[in-house]
Design a protein around this ligand. Structure first.
Ligand code: NCD
Length: 329
């Protein structure tokens, strides 16, 4: 566990001040996030899809990198908590005119924003903003470079818990481009923290970090051996935009070796669930029959993403409120 990540993300009582990475958070905190999200799942099904928990708060979505699913589910989560939401598409705003990240931050703070949700192509961007943010302002990492995507990992844990109950005793395979995936890194940390008995990664050597065993996983280069008897299969997108040089012969060849087909899926446990963070490349990572089949929970992941993001936003805003009250007391 990384102490500086724990120190930056938690207050003295162990409450969540920012949510930047799974690293540094223990099983209790991850379980508290899952349990809090559980309480929010019903809100989306009401006729009035709102609770007043964050009324009067302003959440700014700072997306320096494009995203549809993550940005819209964060926006809905804030709105369902009754917060006011600002969406800043930074690629078309001041930063592209030369303003530094810190100046953007200071200007938004001058507008009394209470929370920043940050997506950035550079690893460490959300940590940087959290270190420089005013007291009382919470930061949530919505994906930074290849580093971390902790709300995605938590919505994936939520999906697994909903379908499988306990984490202990599960075998989970993460398949594909682990090297470039912030999602895989956060998932591996969360799965190990929650006590899953076996985490496997299944990938060609060119799409794994140089010391994959250092991640605390079992490594497979053969898809069929890698998914045999597993309870959960998590497919990753090929991150073409992050690849330098020829790491793959062709997408066709990748699908032949690592694509998830119905024939391969039959090797996993018969109740295995199939997950993907999206966006899916059909015919590259998996067949359409699998993506739309009865084992697939890919669209549920999207719905659960709203509840998980509501949980994290409300927990961080709650802790930041307390810390402000302590200062003024
Ligand atoms: C992931 C991301 O952006 O890291 N997608 C997402 O958050 N929905 C995974 C990906 O882009 O492959």
């Amino acid at each position: 566990m990384n102490r500086s990540n724990a120190a930056l993300q938690l207050d003295e009582e162990g409450r969540l001040l920012h949510f930047l990475t799974i690293d540094g958070l223990g099983r209790e905190m991850l379980t508290e996030i899952l349990d809090t999200a559980e309480g929010f799942t019903g809100v989306s099904e009401r006729t009035i899809k709102k609770v007043p928990l964050c009324r009067g708060k302003v959440v700014a979505n700072l997306f320096f990198e494009t995203s549809t699913r993550t940005r819209t589910t964060f926006e809905l989560a804030s709105k369902r908590l009754s917060a006011d939401v600002l969406n800043l598409n930074i690629s078309t705003s001041a930063t592209s005119k030369g303003e530094t990240l810190l100046d953007t931050l200071r200007n938004l703070e001058a507008m009394h924003v209470d929370m920043f949700v940050v997506r950035h192509a550079s690893s460490g961007a959300a940590h940087f903003i959290a270190r420089h943010a005013d007291r009382g302002v919470g930061v949530i990492n919505a994906g930074d470079g290849r580093h971390a995507h902790p709300t995605q990992a938590m919505l994936d844990m939520f999906t697994i818990r909903r379908h499988k109950g306990e984490f202990t005793g599960l075998r989970v395979a993460i398949v594909g481009d682990v090297l470039h995936s912030r999602v895989a890194r956060s998932q591996i940390l969360a799965l190990n923290t929650l006590g899953v008995s076996e985490v496997r990664v299944v990938a060609p050597r060119t799409l794994l970090p140089s010391d994959p065993h250092g991640l605390g996983v079992h490594v497979y280069h053969d898809m069929e051996a890698g998914i045999r008897d597993v309870d959960v299969i998590i497919m990753l997108r090929l991150q073409r935009e992050r690849m330098q040089g020829a790491l793959l012969p062709s997408e066709h060849e990748y699908f032949r070796l690592f694509g998830l087909t119905e024939r391969r899926l039959a090797l996993a446990d018969s109740h295995a669930i199939v997950m993907h963070p999206g966006p899916i490349n059909r015919g590259v990572e998996m067949d359409s029959q699998v993506a739309d089949g009865s084992n697939s929970v890919i669209l549920q992941q999207v719905s659960y993403g709203i509840a998980i993001r509501m949980a994290v936003i409300s927990m961080v805003i709650g802790t930041q409120n307390l810390s402000m009250q302590e200062v003024s007391a």
